[in-house]
Structure formats: C-alpha cells, structure tokens
Ligand binder design. Structure first.
Ligand code: NAP
Length: 515
C-alpha cells in the first residue's frame, strides 16, 4: 500500500536552514563545473570525444559542464540496447515499475537543493522557480508511480456470458524523449518517467541548453535500481541527430515538448514510414503558446494587474504558459496600465545566485537576439511603457518590457516571443474580448478576470485554451490539480500530470477466452 498522492510543498527560503542549504548547494555545484559527462547507454558510460559545453546564461563565458555528443552511431547503439532491454522491462511487474518511480522521488527529495542549484546556474531560474521545478519533478514521479499501480489493476468491462474477458495496458516499445530547457528537471522527468513506468525503454535526448540538470535523472534512476538499457542518455544537437532518432524505423513513439516549429517537424517526419517500420509512430507533442489574460470591465483591477505581472515576467517570461498578451477593457485600460507599470518597476533583475534577484538572464544568445528583435518590432507597433532594453555584456539580461496599444493582429500579439515582453491590447466589451482572446494559432493557457458570473460562464465556454484560469494567474499548473496541455498549435493536449497521461505511452490489449 502506498499513501495518496500529495503535491510536494515548495520551500520557503526565508527559513534560515533552507537558505543555508541552498547556499551550500550553490557552492558545491560550482565545484562540479569542470566535470565531463559521458553518454549513458545500456547502463554504461560511453564517450565520443566530440564535446559541447553548457554555459551559465547569467555569466555567458562560464562553462558549467562539458558533454560528449552523441552521433548517429551512438543513436544506433542506444536503440539496440533499448530494444533488448524492452524485452524484459515490458514484462516487469507494473507494481515494481511504479515503486521504482517512488524511490526515485525520494532520492530527488534528498538531492533537491543540488538540483535547484543546477537550474540556477544552467537556466538562470531564481531560487523559488528552481525549487518549484524540482517539486514538480518529484510530483511527476510520485504521481505516475501511483498511476501505474492504478492502471495495472483489473479494468472494468461489461460481462458477456460464456466468455472470460479482460483488457490490459501494455507498453509500446522504444520511445524518444525530447524535452526543452525551460523546465529542465520537471518536463524532462515527467516525460521520461511516464515512458519508463509504463514499460517502455527510452532514448533521452536532453536540451543542449540544460544537459547538466538532465544528467541528474540518469544518476537518480541508477540509484533507484533501473535495469540497464531502459534509460539511455544521448545528449547531442537536435539539428544533427533529431531527425535520425525520429525517423528510425524502431522508434515506436516520440514524446516531445518544445517549440511549434520543431514539434511540427517531428510530427511530419514521424508520419512518414521508414523502411522496416511496422507501426504508426505515436507523437505526443506539447508546443508553444501565446497565452493571454482578459481583464473585463468588472474585474478586480489590482488583482488582475498583480497576476499579469507575475505571469508575464516570472522566469523572464520563458514559460510556455507565460502571459504575453493582456486584453483589457477600455473602461479600465489606463488604470490597469498604470498599475502594471508600477508593479514592474519593483522587479529586481540580475544573477539569480543572489536570491534577491527575481528575474535572471534569458537562456542564450539566440534567444536574446530574437527577443530584442521582437522588442524593436513592438516599439513600432505600439507605445513602450517600460523596459525595452537588453544588456548582454556579461549575461543575457533583458528588462521586463510592456508595450501598450497593440493591435490584436500585430506581430507581438501573435508570435511566441518567449521572453519578458508583454503586449497590452485594448478591447471593448465581452464579444470583442473573447474574439481577440482566441485570435492566435495557439491555445495553451489563458486567464479571465471578472466579478460578473455571467461573463465568467461565457469565458469558460468560449475561451479556447487547454488550461483556463478564472481570477488568477495563468502560470503555475500543479500535477494532478491542473493537468496541463494545449489546443491548436500548442500541441496534442496530452494533459501532463493528469489521469489520462500514462495511456499515451501504452496500448490496450483485450483478451477474450471462450469458457
Ligand atoms: P526547441 O528549440 O523546439 O527544442 C526542444 C527540444 O527539441 C530540444 O531538446 C532540442 O534539442 C530538440 N530538437 C531541436 N531540433 C530537433 C529536431 N529536428 N528533431 C528532434 N528534436 C529536435 O524548444 P526549446 O527552445 O527547448 O523550448 C522552448 C519552447 O518549448 C517554447 O516554444 C515553449 O512554449 C515550449 N514549451 C512548451 C510546453 C508545453 O507544455 N506546451 C512546455 C515547455 C516549453 P537541442 O537543444 O539540441 O536543439
């Protein structure tokens, strides 16, 4: 018997003991920067000599880890190992697989500060954001472990006299897991653990921007007792080995989270049958967003302003759920704009090694350049209220930026920027607000602020997003509280952290026996 699932509480760094532990972890992880990381295939370290480095975005020349890069040859070796491991792993008692995840959750609890510290250095998350990421990763392990126990129980079927019937869930095969860098622990752990607990074996290609954080899962799973070949870690450039992994005839499924462009490419390539392939590849793809908050004329303007600033600038606006457009009724527009500017002025920015810094750097030079380009476009499309400048002299820092009077179809109202840039759009009445709220190609998260029950009912029906929040911020989904996934070009709506998620990694087999 295991207890009921409970979300892991996040730490409070005002508690002196936790603050000291975090400081000690930051110091310890710094002492690890010179480490060189191998690939991990079939339970063994593999080196290729073809190296790449992971850098600190807040201190751009600081190397925090050096990795051996996988090429096509290593993908083939990892695939062979995974195929072999699958033959025994698929027959493991599902309960044992579930327990493996629960053990891993406990190991991660023990290593929590270390993981938080890796994310502070590798992705410039502030302490609280880093800890929330680790708490979510622990939740995924704890929740999917329990979910597997539930799904391994007898599934209900209607009786047919003269027959014995049962339906069981069996795994798919070898899957590719391809996560992004922005939740380098939680999303990587969530997708990988779901694939493994359901009896599949995995080729895990971490993001090239966050491999140090990703490697921790390899160590944790080894300590938890995962059999060799079930989890194979093959860091490398998505542009070099991504297509090869996706098109491999033995790849049975791809679990991807990242940009729309890469997700659509994976979906397209996976649909083409390779020579020797005997199945339709399954693609679970969670992609980008252009998430919006609607502030109605009858909203609590102060609460809406608070939620908008938190949703727009938390982790530098680099959450798929981040608010990047806010649609404000004309009757409260000026008041709302003043409030968000005042709140944004109070945000602190700098290297997040210092816990007083709320915002850190954006992930890399390409991102800095792309966000800067969007800010310049935005300055032409509307009126800059605050921010608008970047400084990449030491790290990739961009001021929280708000641009008002943006037209609903303007570039910065439509395209995912993935940085601290908020477009403010004036709307008139509920019809107009709902129309503008839905006028992008995405549909991931959204929030609606109003005190009017009728309008809230309408927003619940009409605001077409996978995760809709009423009178609260549009970020911060919790496992099994807010199952997470988007509509339209935001992906396949796989609802990570929900009770339908594990079935995506399995197929149901119905067995009928004549009595
Ligand atoms: P990305 O550039 O699409 O990369 C995601 C992953 O795909 C990385 O591991 C990347 O490897 C790999 N990749 C690149 N090219 C590939 C190819 N041709 N074939 C296979 N894999 C390939 O996205 P990102 O910048 O890491 O993450 C930010 C994006 O993720 C944003 O659009 C955000 O909205 C989205 N996101 C969505 C969700 C959600 O739940 N919907 C959650 C988080 C993030 P390399 O690093 O080696 O290039």
């Amino acid at each position: 018997m295991v207890g009921e699932f409970r979300n892991e509480a996040v730490l409070d760094f005002n508690v002196p003991e936790d603050k000291q532990k975090m400081e000690a972890a930051l110091e310890y992880i710094r002492s690890q920067f010179s480490r060189e990381y191998p690939l991990h295939i079939n339970g063994e370290d593999v080196t290729t000599g073809n190296l790449f480095k992971s850098y600190n975005p807040a201190n751009k020349t600081e190397v925090i880890g050096t990795f051996h890069r996988a090429g096509k040859k290593e993908v083939d070796i990892a695939m062979a190992a995974a195929l072999q491991a699958f033959e025994t792993w698929k027959n493991f008692d599902p309960e044992e697989r579930g327990i493996l995840l629960l053990k891993a959750a406990n190991i991660m609890r023990r290593r929590r500060f270390e993981l938080n510290a890796w994310m502070v250095y590798e992705t410039s998350k502030n302490w609280i954001e880093a800890d929330a990421d680790t708490a979510e990763a622990i939740d995924f392990l704890d929740f999917y472990g329990r979910e597997m126990l539930r799904l391994s129980e007898r599934q209900p079927l209607t009786d047919n006299p003269g027959e014995f019937n049962k339906m069981i869930y069996i795994p798919l095969g070898v899957g590719a897991v391809i996560p992004p860098w922005n939740f380098p622990n939680a999303i990587l752990v969530g997708m990988t653990s779901a694939a493994i607990v359901t009896g599949n074996s995995v080729l895990l290609k971490p993001s090239s921007d966050s491999p140090c954080t990703g490697y921790c899962l390899v160590e944790i799973m080894q300590e938890a007792g995962i059999p060799a070949g079930v989890l194979n870690f093959i860091p490398g450039a998505g542009s070099e080995i991504g297509d090869y992994i996706v098109q491999h005839p033995k790849t049975r499924f791809i679990a991807f989270t990242g940009s729309m462009e890469v997700g659509l490419r994976i979906n397209r390539l996976a649909a083409q049958t390779s020579e020797g392939q005997i199945w339709i590849k399954r693609v679970v793809a969670e992609m980008g967003g252009k998430d919006g908050i609607v502030v109605d004329s009858e909203a609590d303007v102060e609460a809406a302003a608070e939620a908008t600033v938190a949703s727009a600038f938390g982790f530098q606006g680099q959450k798929c759920s981040a608010c990047s457009r806010v649609m404000v009724d004309e009757s409260i527009y000026d008041d709302f704009c003043e409030r968000i500017v005042e709140k944004t002025k109070k945000l602190t920015m700098g290297d997040t090694i210092n816990p007083d810094n709320y915002m850190g750097a954006v992930i890399n030079k390409a991102s800095f350049d792309s966000i800067s380009k969007y800010i310049e476009i935005g300055k032409k499309e509307g009126k800059l209220l605050i921010g608008g400048e970047g400084d990449d002299s030491k790290g990739y820092f961009i001021q929280p930026t708000i641009i008002k009077d943006i037209a609903p179809d303007a570039v910065i109202s439509q395209e995912e920027i993935f940085g601290p840039v908020l477009a403010v759009i004036k709307v008139k009445g509920m019809d107009n607000a709902m129309h503008v709220a839905n006028n992008t190609i995405y549909g991931l998260t959204g929030a609606f602020f109003s005190r009017n029950k009728g309008k809230i009912t309408r927003a619940k029906r009409e605001f077409h997003v996978g995760n809709l929040y009423i009178n609260r911020k549009c970020t911060g989904a919790l496992v099994d509280v807010h199952p997470f996934g988007g509509f339209n070009m935001s992906g396949t709506d796989s609802k990570a952290g929900g009770r339908d998620y594990l079935q995506l990694f399995m197929q149901a087999k119905t067995i009928t026996e004549q009595l």
